[in-house]
Design a protein around this ligand. Sequence first.
Ligand SMILES: [Zn+2]
Length: 245
Amino acid sequence: MAELRNAFNPRAPHFYKDPSWSAGDAFCSERRVERISQGLQSETDVTRVLAFFVGEFGDNLARIFLNLAGVDQPGTDFESWVGSEWLSAAGVRIPGRQRSPDIIVTAREEIRNVLLIIEVKGNAWVNGGWGYCPVHGGLQGYSNQIICYAGNCWSTADLAVVPRLIIGPDSHKSLFGGWGRKGIVKEDIARYGLSEAFEAQRSAIEKWQFAGLRTLEARIKDLSPSDARRDALYVLSPWLDRIGV
Ligand SMILES: [Zn+2]
């Protein structure tokens, strides 16, 4: 009897399919499917899957994201995008700059109508460093995701008033606006001379709403059962267990 493997099927109808793809194409590579099926999914695997749901579940999940960010948006017709793919699809990528937040929520078929910008952080550190950004950092040259994704250095689109949501461990709720001690901490001011960057991060943090990863999971569990909900939890829950949040 054939072994039951790859219970996760990226060609299922509740996942986005691009009209230009050939029959066997999917949003998710075989290697990614393999990792997910073995319970070894990475943060990127999880965010990618969450951004690719369509149909009723895709709408509901986007609605959950908006609710978690406190965005009061009428209607139910939303799309989620992987950030980097949204940049290309919307034609707003800055040549030579590769960074982008994990997920972008837009009104359906109004790709330029961005409703929410999301970064998902499990236990990973905030990416950043000296020379991280040609726009932010000033004389000291330091920037990171907290600062840059709150600002508009990663796209030619005007995203100044779009809400930002960091989804991280629930225990981080009161730590650095939900980013945890993963960006610049006070000690870094003296240790690395990051006073300007610390101040930039402090004001950037005010632009971020926070939601807990387990809160997101609970909200997905509250939705009525479907194959799509099963897949979302199949990818999300073992990852949360494994990283211990
Ligand atoms: Zn920047």
